[in-house]
Design a protein around this ligand. Sequence first.
Ligand SMILES: Nc1ncnc2c1ncn2[C@@H]1O[C@H](COP(=O)(O)OP(=O)(O)OP(=O)(O)O)[C@@H](O)[C@H]1O
Ligand SMILES: [Mg+2]
Length: 670
Amino acid sequence: MAEPRLLELPVRSGDRLDDALARMAGRLAVALDVVGEDAGARFLRGLPGAGAPGPADGGCLDLPSGPTQPVDRLVAGLALGTAERDLLALVLVGSHHEGVAAVLRGLHPQGRPWPTVGLAGSLAELGGLPGAPSRAAVRPALAGLLATGTVVVQDDDAPYPERTLRPAPHLFDALTGLAGWPSGVEPDPRPLPAAGSGGWLGDEVVGGARRAVERGLPVSVVLAGARPGPLAGRLATLAATAGREPVLLRVDRCDSTTVSAVLLLALVRGTVPVLWTDVEPPRLRLTVPGLPVPLLLAAPGTGLCTWPRPVLVLPSGPHPPADRSAALDAALPELGRPPGPLGPATLEPGDVELAAADVRLRAALVRTATGWDEVSARVDAQAVDTVPVGATLVHPRAGWGDLVIPADRLTQLHEAADRVRVQSQVLDDWGLLRGRRGLRGLRMLFAGPPGTGKTLAAEVLAGELGRDLLVVDLSQLVSKWIGETEKNLAAVFDAAERGGSALLFDEADALFGKRTEVGDARDRYANLETAYLLARLERFDGIAVLATNLRQNLDTAFARRIEFVVPFDPPDEAARLALWRAHLSGGAPLAPDVDLPLLAAVYELPGALIRNAALAAAFLAAAEPAPEDRRIGMAHLAHAVRREHLKAGLSYPGPPPGTPADPPTRRGAP
Ligand SMILES: Nc1ncnc2c1ncn2[C@@H]1O[C@H](COP(=O)(O)OP(=O)(O)OP(=O)(O)O)[C@@H](O)[C@H]1O
Ligand SMILES: [Mg+2]
């Protein structure tokens, strides 16, 4: 076959894909010569660059000699040989020029702008595909391309030569710098947070993932949590710190076809895909598992399998308080120093960016003064979706200093916090308890009368460990419907595990009262539910606190599974004084007659009632008609204390000696 006569226009566009497609168009002219399509052949030969000399191997796609272009990333990433490259150019050639598309339509049995398998074979026979010198030699090259997912064969019911060869959806877009992803894949415009992931990035496993991303290794990296969208922001930050360009995408279906297509397009674009999905990713069979593009995925669970491509599961626990403050500081520098971390512990730096944008927009539109309170409300709104029915999410604010309990109890709580902190060292590094169940997590029992600080202590502990507290009232959660309790409990444990929150079961006695001898049907089910709670507690690897007023009822089966039992006793006189001081310590003005030691000595109140009385006395004082009376005096306190006794059904021992029972403005009030 003689070399076709080429109209020599030495045009080089500088775009290697364009040059290659022009050369391929020139070769296609030979096929038109054969069928006597002279006008078409002349047109193809006349295209700029159609006759430009190609690379030494006779193929039409030049080897890179300058900076890498998208087509080079594709060829190198898939290690395409000469024949595969030429075949790919043939499949793409209709996108080069509308005239070439018209020529292809003329050659296609159904008038489509793509080549058929038969056209590829004929071109090979005519010498247009030097890497594949015969019709038979096209087959392995085609098989190679099909295996990469770059080319698809259509019209399966047509005779083999009449089947259509099409490029993968959006491949040409990616090769030419245009946007576009497969259906069900949406770019997510979430901003890349400026700060707030420092601690997480410092984690050893995360560091390993960063190195893999930096080198473009074929690995899958998973981050699992209840809120995959915001979590994906962490992965995008990871890619950015590895010096790679992340592209954040939300996928409706996390299936093999979608993920393979995304990886291929990301390879061409030179980006690192960060996917997030609300569905549990199944076992994926990636088209090219070894494609040198890391896959970063945030999902509700860790169940991703991309075998033989390895999967790296990253820790997804809450950011430490310092990072959460740093995120606020970076997102809203105009508000000055943040008061500390705001919002739930599951908050991501990306949430903070979004909340900051909301707050700024509102301030600009409504001209409201913006403060941290408003930011706090906005960030709270970002994470409401994670709280199961029957539970309340508390963002701990209290610290050790707010808790008035005897020193030995405080030590116990500190030990418990330490236990969580060093858990991985003892269990993983030192290998203690290896292979035994129920190793992780921390189960505690707080037992004591109402209002002695059990809930407060749970809050302090959770806050100390950078977690939210999910408070569950067991007496409400226990359902009269058989089987519902177990479902409710399961939802609570799952939510706590996903959000990394500590669990507080209030009124825990509702379930763990002595397991009754099997009596009527309801008893039997109560026992089943107890058994479920026991089993689930044992598997729970977070922090669970059971609070009860009735310690003696604790079932031995529970006791065995609980690492710390902390008794909460009614406060003694010294503790009561400390409580009065703590609860009146804000900026409230006190009258000179206030005698806190006297109050502590006379009234044997628990902390909660002291807190209530202090607060009520402050309200009474603030509402005094005369400005000079607006400070908390002994009479306000006595009045408030009497109210607390009444409310709690306690007998009131009378006002402290030498103190009027009520302030003058409240005489006669109940
Ligand atoms: N030991 C304490 N130290 C400091 N404050 C306390 C203490 N006990 C109670 N308080 C105050 O009372 C409030 C209510 O107490 P808390 O809810 O922790 O009691 P509780 O033991 O959980 O009661 P209950 O058994 O009714 O659930 C606390 O938020 C705190 O302000
Ligand atoms: Mg409580």
